[in-house]
Design a binder for this molecule. Structure first.
Ligand SMILES: Nc1ncnc2c1ncn2[C@@H]1O[C@H](COP(=O)(O)OP(=O)(O)OP(=O)(O)O)[C@@H](O)[C@H]1O
Length: 587
């Protein structure tokens, strides 16, 4: 168990960091190096500006005007280089951000779309929430925060090394007497900064750790709220017809209330962290002066040196307080990383489940659609179809009937390879010879031409062919709109959408056509016309239809009737005996 978790974590890290080992690695490393160089340069310039104070204040103290103007010139030059380095750092960081995000998003989308994983995950007993948000927003936050934290960390490490050395040098030695014994402490200012920051960090971590969980919950709350708004927009017509405005408002307000409640707890934790870090920062301003003042008042330090110590102390203290200052960002980074890990774990599990199963054979070798001892289950484990054995030869058609909810659609989903809950053996012809028309037609947003050609993107289909197709499917009025971009699934009626999917089937000429109540929203006369057209245009095609209307029997040789109990019964309309011939040739 621990091994598997460690393996998943290892794979996740490989996916997240694969940009640096990808085909675009040259670009990745070039941007990273440029970012590191700019960050290092900024710290070195900051150190120069800190040391510059010594000369500047000394010149002021000694009333030296030429020294004062030289100091100002130095300041202008250092500042100009610092501005250029800061601008370049921002440029390289943002470039790396968008390229890295693009890379990870591409990886996640590929994993999500591979082998219909998006569907399989939706029927998982415990599906992860809002995959859209994980891909769209969490990856973006992960990349942004990772780069912010990494560059911040790098800056603080260089800063700590450089300024700790400066501070150590400036500290000199102090003598401390403890229980009558005198100790000489070198670099006591560095030691003081270390102790001070360690105490502050410990207190902040204790007070702020709930923030990570709260951020995670808030990400989910925000995604749920947005999903409800999108659904309302999508089903606006239905909600309006039901006059469900009040119900929708209550639902949306409940989601908003969850966001507010979590936000209130985030406010509480953030307030505590802010109090701690403010006290800590305010004290640190005087702390450096306080512990360096004995040497100043002893005449061992000039005013400029006192300011230099204070500056160096401030940088060392800032570097050591990095965790405290970035606690909110670290908490959010941890939350999005957890959400990406959770999503990746389910993606990986889904991929393991969908590796070609020994129970399903798809190859050119198979000329038939056959099932042997096929048992189809619901996600809850309830048997929908029990021990089904049958074989369908090329060009033969079968009508699947049965009461609503008995498992007709699930049988087609099993044959299409997207339903994972089954036992038994299935053999199928190659995927490109089959076409599945779902009950609810799907049309991509775009031109009508793209909608008819979906899921292929054949570009060489002449307009005339497409117009003829629309005519024979009773959609003449759409002929003029082949290139009109729209959300066609909203504009067309259900019957029109179903006829458009029949046009799609005729265009693609499959050898095996699976129709899941594809004509359920069309009147009987038109339904008959559609089936006659299909038979005429696709004479060699085998039809596997689901339907409730008895009129469909005329277009199919076989009738498979499913019962609610999982039992089934198959009959041959051509055979005088009616049943039994189905299995004669099955091997
Ligand atoms: N994704 C899913 N998650 C949970 N249960 C599901 C899922 N898909 C189908 N089911 C259940 O499986 C059973 C069979 O559903 P299916 O859609 O196959 O029925 P059907 O015979 O095609 O019904 P209808 O004639 O009404 O279209 C139903 O009880 C349904 O609730």
């Amino acid at each position: 168990m621990i091994n598997s978790a460690a393996k998943t974590n290892g794979n996740l890290i490989r996916v997240l960091l694969s940009y640096w080992w990808s085909s675009a690695s040259l670009q990745a490393w070039a941007l990273t190096c440029a970012l590191i160089i700019c960050t290092g340069l900024i710290v070195l310039l900051t150190m120069q500006l800190n040391s510059w104070q010594v000369g500047f204040y000394t010149n002021l103290q000694q009333l030296s005007y030429p020294g004062f103007t030289t100091s100002l010139t130095q300041f202008i030059i250092l500042s100009l280089v610092l501005v250029a380095a800061s601008g370049s750092q921002t440029h390289f960081k943002m470039m790396l951000q968008i390229r890295w995000r693009q890379w990870i998003t591409d990886k996640y989308i590929s994993l999500w779309l591979h082998n219909q994983t998006y569907f399989r995950m939706s029927v998982h007993p415990d599906p992860v929430d809002n995959p859209d948000q994980r891909i769209g927003e969490d990856i973006n936050l992960f990349v942004t925060h990772s780069l912010e934290l990494a560059t911040g960390f790098l800056r603080q490490i260089i800063s700590l090394t450089v300024f700790a050395a400066v501070l150590w040098h400036l500290s000199g030695e102090i003598t401390v007497s403890l229980a009558g014994t005198e100790f000489i402490l070198p670099g006591y200012l560095v030691l003081a900064a270390l102790i001070y920051s360690a105490c502050g960090t410990w207190i902040t971590v204790q007070a702020g750790h709930p923030l990570m969980r709260q951020s995670n919950v808030q990400q989910s709350n925000e995604a749920d709220f947005r999903y409800c708004l999108i659904r309302l927009q999508e089903y606006g017509e239905c909600v309006a017809l039901y006059k469900g405005d009040q119900q929708e408002k209550v639902n949306l307000m409940q989601h908003l209330a969850r966001i507010v409640a979590t936000y209130l707890s985030i406010i509480k934790t953030t307030r505590t962290i802010t109090w701690i870090s403010s006290i800590y920062s305010q004290l640190s301003i005087v702390f450096a002066f306080l512990i360096a003042s004995p040497r100043y008042f002893n005449g061992e330090l000039l005013l400029g040196q006192l300011f230099e110590i204070s500056g160096a102390y401030w940088y060392v203290h800032s570097a050591l307080s990095y965790l405290i200052d970035s606690f909110g960002k670290i908490a959010q980074w941890q939350a999005v990383t957890d959400r990406l890990r959770e999503f990746y774990t389910q993606l990986a599990a889904s991929h393991r489940e969908t590796k070609p199963r020994p129970a399903v054979f798809t190859s050119n070798k198979y000329k038939t659609v056959a099932m042997k001892n096929l048992t189809v289950l619901s996600p809850a484990g309830q048997i929908l179809i029990n021990n089904l054995t049958l074989e369908l030869k090329p060009g033969e058609s079968i009508l699947i009937t049965g009461p609503s909810g008995c498992g007709k659609t699930t049988l087609l989903k099993t044959l299409s390879g997207i339903w994972p809950f089954f036992a038994g053996k299935i053999t199928l012809p190659p995927a490109e010879k089959m076409l599945f028309l779902p009950q609810k037609p799907y049309l991509p947003i775009g031109s009508l031409r793209k909608a008819i050609l979906y899921p292929h993107s054949l570009t060489n289909v002449p307009n005339l062919t497409l117009k003829e197709l629309l005519t024979i499917c009773g959609l003449c009025s759409l002929q003029q709109h082949l290139d009109r971009e729209a959300d066609w699934s909203r504009l067309l009626s259900m019957g029109e959408l179903q006829r458009l999917s029949i046009a799609r089937a005729i265009l693609h000429q499959p050898e095996w056509l699976f129709l899941d109540e594809t004509t359920s929203c069309i009147d009987t006369r038109m339904e008959q016309a559609m089936y006659r057209t299909l038979k005429e245009k696709l004479p060699q095609t085998a039809f596997i239809s689901i339907g409730h209307r008895g009129t469909l029997k005329a277009y199919h040789r076989w009738i498979l009737h499913l019962e609610e109990t999982g039992l089934w019964h198959c009959s041959d309309q051509l055979s005088a005996a009616g049943t039994g011939t189905w299995f004669a040739n099955y091997s």
